[in-house]
Design a protein around this ligand. Sequence first.
Ligand code: IPD
Ligand code: CA
Length: 277
Amino acid sequence: MALNNSINLHECLELVTRLSRQAGKLIKTRINQKKMIETKASSIDFVTETDQEVEKMLIEGIKHKYPTHKFIGEESFAAGIKENLTNEPTWVIDPVDGTTNFVHGYPNVCISIGLVIDCEAQLGVIFNPILDMFYRAIKGEGAFLNDEPIHVSNSKCLKDSLVSIEYGSVRTDEFRSIVNHNVTYLNKNAHGIRSGGSAAWNLAMVAKGACDLYVEMGLHAWDMAAGNIIVKEAGGVIIDPAGCEFELMNRRILAAASKELADEIYPNLKQYFPEHD
Ligand code: IPD
Ligand code: CA
């Protein structure tokens, strides 16, 4: 029997909805307060005590109900707790996606929680507590924003599209020149370019049809575990930016409103293949 047949995804959703709303209160209170900031993988890869506290709250709350489930969390990973993705039910958590935004008081800040079973996301929640936007999806049941169904846009080509791309937190010249190339290519034809500063937020924007495409290479599983299922359930397409099948642990994503749009864009991108976590 597939593992997800024995798990009630609606009960899981109920739990993480409650936990993220609770944790969201903390983020909303703290965003305009002075923060203690530390750095992780690069000089612009930030962590605050709120990131750590929120991750602890979420993991403890989920563990209480599902003690055998596994966890991949951004801050646990940074603290040296490295869990490989297996077929077991695994909660992939980013407690504050958009930490740089959070540090600066810029409101694109999201809690992102995905439940991955057999290496595929079955449930995703993205909550922006500052703007009170709660996105959710369960596999096969559609995607919702604050309980209203959402759908990707109708865009099928770059010349009709608004696109998101990020410089992320990698600080090498090689990486910057790859992103510069991709920004220049996208900027030649698109309606405009956006950088939301939160992968989860960028994915939510594609899911709600406010943005037509998002591409990033160098992010992590916790940035996209929830967003990839929300985009797919909203009718969008998720691929690897090289045109092959998306894999959560490969640190690369291209989300598009349509297959036509994804197929137009990916062959023109310069590729960056980050090391696996
Ligand atoms: C980052 C954000 C950013 C993306 C980076 C991520 P964090 O996550 O999602 O938009 O460009 O790749 O690492 O550090 O704010 O949780
Ligand atoms: Ca993140």
